[in-house]
Every structure is written in C-alpha cells, then in structure tokens.
Design a binder for this molecule. Structure first.
Ligand SMILES: [Zn+2]
Ligand SMILES: [Zn+2]
Length: 260
C-alpha cells in the first residue's frame, strides 16, 4: 500500500508498532468481529490516530467466505478505509475477488496435512494448525516452513483423542501474499475514488454508496432488481447525487414478470 499511497497521493505512510488489531476480530474466530467491515476498519484507523497523534490514518479489513454473486465460488472482499480527521473525510476503496489461496480441512496424518498446505500455496502462504475448527487451544499461527509445520501437526495429532487436526490458511495479510495483491487492488480503487470530487465542496472521495434498483425490463417495462442508478455521497458535506446507468433497459432475464 505504502508505495501506491506515496506515488499517487503524496502520503508518507508508516505502520504503528504495538498496535494489536486482533482486538477488532480474528480470522481464526477466537475473537469475533463486532459490527460491519467498515466499522472494524474505522475502529482500527481511529486507534492508530489515538496512538500516534496523526490526523490521517488508513486501515484495511478483509472478508473470506462464499462469493456473494457467484454460486459455489470462494470470495474475498477487501476494503481500505482512509480517515482524514482534519477535514472530516472518510473514503473507502474496495475489491471483491474469487482469486484466493484459502484452504481448510481436517487431516489424520502428516502427509495429508502437507498436501492440503501445499494446495494452499504453502510455504509462501502460511498455515494455522489447531486441534479442531472451533477449538483455539494450542493453536499455532503463521507456520511458514515445512519443519515447524510437520512438528506442530505431529504434536497435535498425538494430543487429540481421534488423532486428527484442523489445518487452515493463515489469512492475516502478512501471511497470505494473494490477499496482499487484493489489498493492493483495493488501494488502487481508493486512489480512483479519491480522483472523484464533490461537486459542491470539491472534497476528494465523492463515492458511490448505493445502487438504486429498478431498471425497466426491455420486454414489459416493469422495474427489475437491476440497478437503474447509483447514489453518490460526499462524506464531508453530505451532498448527494444520483447518476443513472448507461443502459436504458434491463435484460428480460432479470425480470420477475417475464422470467419468474
Ligand atoms: Zn419483463
Ligand atoms: Zn462535499
């Protein structure tokens, strides 16, 4: 993120040491996230501002789960939130992708464990080994070399009554280069959004906050669930405007009447 922020926005980014972002939720589920992704990213940015006295902070937050639009595909949504307290501005970049290195499963021996790990891009992509999916006891994160991984799997296999362990990708950004690429894409989106200025107060980051459904069906003219327009809003002065989409009609395939 830092080179992009420097070259496009002139922001000299640095990381905050001793900032434990696990308190805002973990991928390994021992600390659940409270609120939305945006709430979590904002909480991280505010925490960084409190720690450093800076007036501008950038935080990211990620989601892994089923892709919202593509059945049976894995999805990763990354958001990058820029909080500028001096100007009272909050701007969000995002990227949704099916491009993930993300594995998880139960194994009963070291060979199967290694096979699963390598499928997940190990050792460039680190692994987590634990006794069971929802048992954080003796969980080891950030395993990124074969020797430590094998030792950990062997140790936990011996400790569980059914001789099994749960292995999953360590989805923390510094442990998953594929996720880093997606965060990079979300940062590029943030830069793009910042190139859009509020028509009223000229603050950067005039961004789409919602799609407005209702594009009429080409056959029957009834409104569909397809977006007819997008609502844009300035986070500083709250000015809003509606931009209609380029198409005049929706495909009848999206019409509840023509294609129920
Ligand atoms: Zn129709
Ligand atoms: Zn404005």
């Amino acid at each position: 993120m830092a080179p992009l922020l420097a070259s496009h926005l002139g922001i000299d980014a640095f990381t905050v040491s001793n900032l434990n972002t696990d308190q805002f939720g973990t991928f390994t589920r021992e600390i659940p996230r409270t609120g939305s992704m945006i709430d979590a990213a904002r909480a991280k940015a505010l925490h960084a501002i409190e720690q450093t006295g800076a007036d501008l902070a950038i935080a990211s937050e990620g989601y892994f789960g089923p892709h919202p639009d593509i059945p049976l595909a894995p999805g990763n949504l990354e958001i990058v939130l820029l909080l500028d307290q001096r100007h009272g501005v909050e701007i969000i970049g995002q990227k949704l992708t099916t491009h993930v290195r993300w594995v998880h499963g139960i194994v009963n021996n070291i060979e199967d464990g290694l096979r699963l790990a390598y499928k997940g891009g190990f050792p460039d992509h680190a692994m987590v080994v634990r006794r069971a999916e929802h048992d954080p006891g003796e969980m080891v994160k950030g395993l990124a070399d074969e020797q430590s991984f094998i030792e950990c799997v062997r140790r936990l296999l011996a400790r569980t009554p059914d001789h099994s362990v749960f292995i999953e990708s360590d989805l923390r950004a510094h442990c998953n280069p594929t996720r880093m690429e997606t965060i990079c894409q979300a940062t590029l989106n943030l830069i793009e959004v910042m190139g859009c200025f509020c028509p009223r107060c000229e603050t950067p980051g005039f961004q789409c906050i919602e799609a407005v459904a209702g594009l009429p069906c080409r056959w029957c003219g009834l409104p569909t669930a397809w977006p007819a327009a997008h609502r844009y809003r300035c986070s500083r002065c709250c000015h809003e405007s509606i931009k209609p989409v380029a198409e005049a009609f929706a495909d009848p395939g999206h019409c509840a009447f023509c294609n129920p």
